[in-house]
Design a binder for this molecule. Sequence first.
Ligand code: PEP
Ligand code: MG
Length: 911
Amino acid sequence: MTQAPKYVYYFGPEGTEGNASMVNLLGGKGANLAEMAGHPDLRLPVPAGFTITTEVCTYFMQHGGQYPPGLKEQVEEALQKVEKAMGMKFGDPENPLLVSCRSGARRSMPGMMETVLNVGLCSKTIPGLIKKTNNPRFVYDAYRRLIMMYSDVVMEKAEGIEPPDGMGIRVQLERMMEELKHKKGYEKDTDLTAEDLQQLCEAFKAKVKEVLRKPFPDDPFEQLWGGIAAVFKSWNGKRAVAYRRIEGIPDDWGTACNVQSMVFGNMGDTSATGVAFTRNPATGENQFYGEWLPNAQGEDVVAGIRTPNPLNKATKTEQNKHLPSLEEAMPEIYQQLLDIRNRLERHYKDMQDIEFTIQEGKLYMLQCRVGKRTGTAALNIAMDMLKEGLIDEETAVLRVAPKQLDELLHPIVDPNAEKKATAIASGLPAGPGGACGQIVFTSEDAVEWTKKGKKVILVREETNPEDVEGMRAAVGILTARGGMTSHAALVARGWGKCCIVGAGKIKVDPEKKCMTVDGKTYKEGDWVTLNGTRGIVYEGQLPLIDATENPRLKEFMALVEKYRKLGVRTNADTPADAKIAREFGAEGIGLFRTEHMFYGEGSDEPLFILRKMILSRTAEERRKALDELFPFMKRDIKGTLEAMNGLPVTIRLLDPPLHEFVPQDEDKQAELAKAMGISVEDVKRRGEELHETNPMMGHRGVRLGITYPEITETQVRAIFEATAELIKEGKDPHPEIMVPVTCDVKELDLTKQIVDRVHAEVEKKFGVKISYLYGTMIEIPRACLVADKMARTAQFFSFGTNDLTQMGFGFSRDDIGGFLPDYLEKRILMADPFQTIDQEGIGQLIEMAVQKGRATRPDLKIGICGEQGGDPDSVEFCFKVGMNYVSCSPYRVPIARLAAAQASIKASRKK
Ligand code: PEP
Ligand code: MG
């Protein structure tokens, strides 16, 4: 018989089988528990346990809830090792071991999957545990928690039961507990006596049977396997699926299940539980930062039910300064924890997020993982650790996710306006920056309102991972309860979203959709402004401003420049945009869409002339209109070349969807008729003649110049004259003429004849030498297939991945909104291909074109100017296929620069 693969990995004081590198197999939690327990530099006090691999989860999912053969035996064997290490026995009436079953995927998904604690408590083991602990209150408290959690997670959720709101088993049991407290005149859960809890447990079990029509299992092994199955099933729970969609985590990774000996933070006043970060996750400050609760179990901290105590004196806040810190309450344990903190940082060389429990004065480590952090914190931690000698420059560059830069460049509440404003409440600064929006009180409303184009602040009583979609949609999140380590705070921080939690003054009434602060009521739709960096809530709309001139950021970007090899340009259509992009570090313009002069401010006159040109019937009429348009073209091009003085500017020849410019409104039609000396009817008729069934594939781009060479000629003249004038003014312009929507080299050749002729004429007229490049967009699949020929004439290629994606997929770029959500939902696509390059398909077209193009012309300059050019994954792809530069919108330039540097570092490390 062949031996079953290894499915179960033990960790504990001796003989740990896994390590931190085995994240894919053991999940983040499992791999790090093994590392903490087993690595010779660490050997931390980790309660013994074992990890069932992610492969088992995948098997379980593919085989309708069956486990692979051999698993049972491996679990039994590992459990025996755990029993030996802990000196207790699972299910033993005298000396019972209790365990937890926890999820843990490759990437952390805080609060999105399930956990069951205290597994193994039953009528057989309860008396023994009471005898052993001499603490019946603790035992019955643990038991009532087990019943609540287990019935909710294993018997209800994992069974796919979806009770109506407020009718879930957990809520029903919570209500029973509240009723008992009320009847007895108690305030806190801790007021409940052992007898109260014992009676409550009996009542709970009766309720579970009544509601779920099954008895609560009294067999420890049934509980254990129920817990394991529930963890695996929770991989496909609603929250987990929604979170994976947002974070782009593949469905087939699966979660591991960690079965670990229970240690108890709720055994009395010398017991406690806590969560900490080795550095401040909001600001990055090099300060041990965390929260703890005396006499509590782990989920009490993260569930955001009680406002937790501060970890140490240095990190007390307005909200928790009255509560004793761990440093004050248990100084020895605090020192031990501080020492562990230092060892963990030295070992992992990164900020860690840890969970710990203190059982009757003894410290245990329950988790450590790389901590989620804001963009500000990521930047500060990277630069500090570099200075401390913990990491090298390359690692520092890799430590800030390109998307996080966005947050550093994004708005904060205008400090001047803030000085004058009156705060209505304050809470914990869980996610940075500023946000201003209309308040809504449910996750669904946040999603709905956002869809309608509104900016909303999601206000909730407490933080609840089920709100993940609403949190994502909202511009900011505000909660009345919870701490910095509550799940919602973690999630918001991971996204760099402005978030304030634990604003205790706020009384939320989700049913009436309003909140009350100091007696004043705020209704759904009222405006508030949040300062997530300081944790302050303001009434009304305060202005937001850009967070510029951060010296730390400048230092970091200087490092980025040191490692970046791929060029970064910008897509800019106005001198103003060009200027901003230059400040952000753009090295030129990769796409100047000349049509811009017909939109927006100051466009009335050129648009009017363009319309005349479009509706012209004869070359003569057209030429007249073009002559009128010429000065506008030249002015725009000159301004942009000037703003980018010394740097290349890729000017694209007109690529207007003509029908969009045909006037629909009667007044405009009349005006045009008058100017052209024709009737309104004529204007209408000519407009109708321009109608195309499929304008995206119609008379656009180079085709326009093929039919009407005078259009090309006028533009090219404007480009060369603008250049000549600048040269004469002592400037250094670098124009690159780009022909759009080409599919054959002959289009390029014909256009080039015009370019050559006009070039000679302008050089002669101005008496200057004008150098320029001539190239094409590659945005039609056929152009990729014949790229070797295209490169005979083109000196550069710029991939127009908007159109290339449109024509490669056959997905209309303007209509994809109608079906993309289904494609993402059904996992046909993992991401919107118009935002991030589809490397599998469109990527092949790109690679082929790069290779073919360079085969003809080895020094062919190649870039990208589609929207994907600012997307970090696409930037990495562009680097890998050998492009010279990417081009993106001005605000994404720093992001692209960082992504480019990271791509080079990753590539050189691979080598
Ligand atoms: C493209 O197609 O990728 C492109 C940049 O051109 P446009 O979006 O103007 O069609
Ligand atoms: Mg295009």
